[in-house]
Design a binder for this molecule. Sequence first.
Ligand code: DC
Length: 227
Amino acid sequence: MTKTSPPSIIALDGPAASGKSTLGRKLADQLGYLFFDTGVMYRAITWIGLQQDMNLRDEAAITELAQQAQIDIRPPSKNDGRACDVIIAEKDVTWDMRGDEVDGNVSIVSAYPGVRKALSEQQRRIGMRGRVVMVGRDIGTVVLPEADLKVYLDASAEERAKRRFNEMIARGDKADYDEILRKVIERDRIDSTRAVAPLRPAEDAVIIDSDKLDVEQVFANVLALCK
Ligand code: DC
């Protein structure tokens, strides 16, 4: 990397609803890079498991599913807020995977070491091509430890629950703040205490606390790091 070229591999990690995806998409657009939200892969496996009525506590079966599943991630075919199309068996499951059932179960699936191995190998292969903004929990620590820039985007659980609540209300959905907060805290607990690749900042990550920053301010901070 020369002094003037932006970092080629950008890892963007942080807890649920910290604004990683919004930031990652803006950054990838600005730099003309691929945006890759790795959470969709864990969601896709969870969604298939639920669809097929599998027991998500059956680690061996879910691991085998992750090793065999064909998850196709394509450029967005619709302008409905999606960052990409997620296609499984020719079905567009982009929004199905964002539902409550997947939200409530994805942490179980993403804690399995074999699932993580299968998915992170695919993520790494894509990331190593460069010119990528990759978003997740363990990108800077495990998937791409050689990333040129690592950002860990943090925010308090209360602030993240408030943002989720506002998004749901804006979409016209029903929302219960206390319930959302409870789920955010529970997902944090599972994601950061799992034995393999727990959620934590890489030692060389730049930590940004977005509690008192809006999207544009966070974006400006990260863009400055790229220059
Ligand atoms: O970012 P998200 O909410 O879509 O992620 C869904 C789940 O997948 C979340 O519980 C954590 C997990 N995940 C992970 O363990 N590692 C990643 N690199 C990305 C997501």
